[in-house]
Design a protein around this ligand. Structure first.
Ligand SMILES: Nc1ncnc2c1ncn2[C@@H]1O[C@H](COP(=O)(O)OP(=O)(O)OP(=O)(O)O)[C@@H](O)[C@H]1O
Ligand SMILES: [Mg+2]
Length: 329
């Protein structure tokens, strides 16, 4: 059945035009992503309207406009609840929308809170401390090596060659640089030196399914220890991606841990879960993205679909179907 779908997004070009810096808009979407989404939805027989960002959505909803479904990829501009803003506006106006609710979107953006909830469920996640001051950085008591990243960012923001530290002075310096740049608490975690995978999930409840378990292999000469900003930007030269399939023990473990995290954090419709192995090869939960990137070529979820023979349009169809089913019951 064809739906009238409103597309909500934060377009990079709009914010650059309004004077924001490249770093501030790094997580936002390119025109290409909007076109790809629009094209897929039209191909599926839906009618699509570009609504724009959260403020525009609020204005339209307040005016009385409604859509059968809002397809939301807006990440929001400010604060650790920014990804929850569009979902919250939709709920306020009883407007059906795709993906997780405000609670899950806010919880998962705060990586420390998400880790606490996952850990409480008995799922493995690296030991960590949240650091707010230089004195706290100097007092971190976790064993080295450690990994530092901003507590509430995405797209590898703040993940650089400096994130991996092997002694205390390095840790304090890295903390100061990150804190200065991002003005938020810094997550200091045990460094996970093992293999890294990202797992795409679509669906709800017992109908949730893993789209793919994709290993991320760093092949560059520098920063080969993590998915840093540099590796992400130059992924064609520095990263290779491989779908792990079932006889591989890591694939089964990754699927289970990712699904457990998806359900524990209360995700809906789709998400991507990032996992990495500790020195013993045991997978650990790193973070979950309830608004997974949907660039048709570059983003991980479409990429793992492609590697497994699922087209971009099929992924979008499954997301819309999952969301629509929730509102039908
Ligand atoms: N504790 C850790 N040990 C080793 N590497 C880590 C650790 N935490 C993060 N990393 C590396 O840093 C990358 C980015 O971290 P994370 O996935 O938490 O951030 P993100 O910016 O939210 O990611 P995304 O781009 O998926 O939104 C990971 O993919 C991984 O390569
Ligand atoms: Mg990640």
């Amino acid at each position: 059945m064809g739906l009238f779908i409103g597309l909500c997004y934060d377009l990079k070009a709009d914010y650059l035009k309004a004077g924001f810096s490249a770093s501030e808009v790094m997580e936002f979407d390119d025109e290409e992503t909007i076109i790809a989404l629009e094209t897929a939805l039209l191909q599926l027989g839906h009618q699509v309207e570009r609504v724009g960002n959260g403020k525009e959505l609020a204005r339209r909803l307040a005016k009385g406009d409604r859509w059968d479904l809002v397809f939301n990829i807006a990440e929001g501009l400010k604060g650790r609840s920014r990804e929850a803003q569009v979902p919250a506006i939709c709920e306020l106006f009883a407007q059906p929308y795709t993906f997780s609710d405000p609670l899950t979107c806010a919880l998962t953006l705060d990586k420390a809170l998400a880790k606490r909830v996952v850990r409480d469920r008995g799922l493995p996640t690296a030991p960590f401390e949240v650091v707010n001051t230089t004195a706290e950085a100097a007092a971190v008591s976790l064993p080295m090596p450690l990994f530092l990243k901003p507590m509430a960012e995405g797209s590898s923001k703040g993940v650089t060659g400096r994130s991996l530290v092997k002694e205390h002075q390095e840790l304090v310096n890295a903390y100061q640089v990150l804190h200065e740049l991002f003005g938020q608490p810094i997550l200091v975690e045990t460094f996970l030196p093992g293999r890294e995978v990202t797992v795409g999930i679509i669906g709800n409840g017992s109908n949730s399914r893993v789209v793919g378990v994709m290993e991320v292999i760093f092949t560059g000469q520098v920063e080969a220890f993590a998915y840093t900003t540099l590796n992400k930007d130059e992924y064609l030269e520095r990263v290779s991606y491989r779908l792990l399939i079932d006889p591989e023990p890591l694939a089964a473990q990754a699927k289970q841990l990712a699904l457990d995290a998806y359900h524990t954090l209360g995700c809906r419709d789709a998400a991507r879960v990032d996992l990495r192995c500790d020195p013993n090869g045991v997978l650990q939960f790193m973070e979950l993205n309830p608004l997974p990137g949907l660039h048709h070529v570059r983003s991980d979820l479409p990429m793992m679909g492609r590697l497994g023979g699922v087209t971009y349009t099929e992924i979008i169809a499954e997301i819309v179907e999952s969301a629509w089913q929730r509102y039908k019951c």
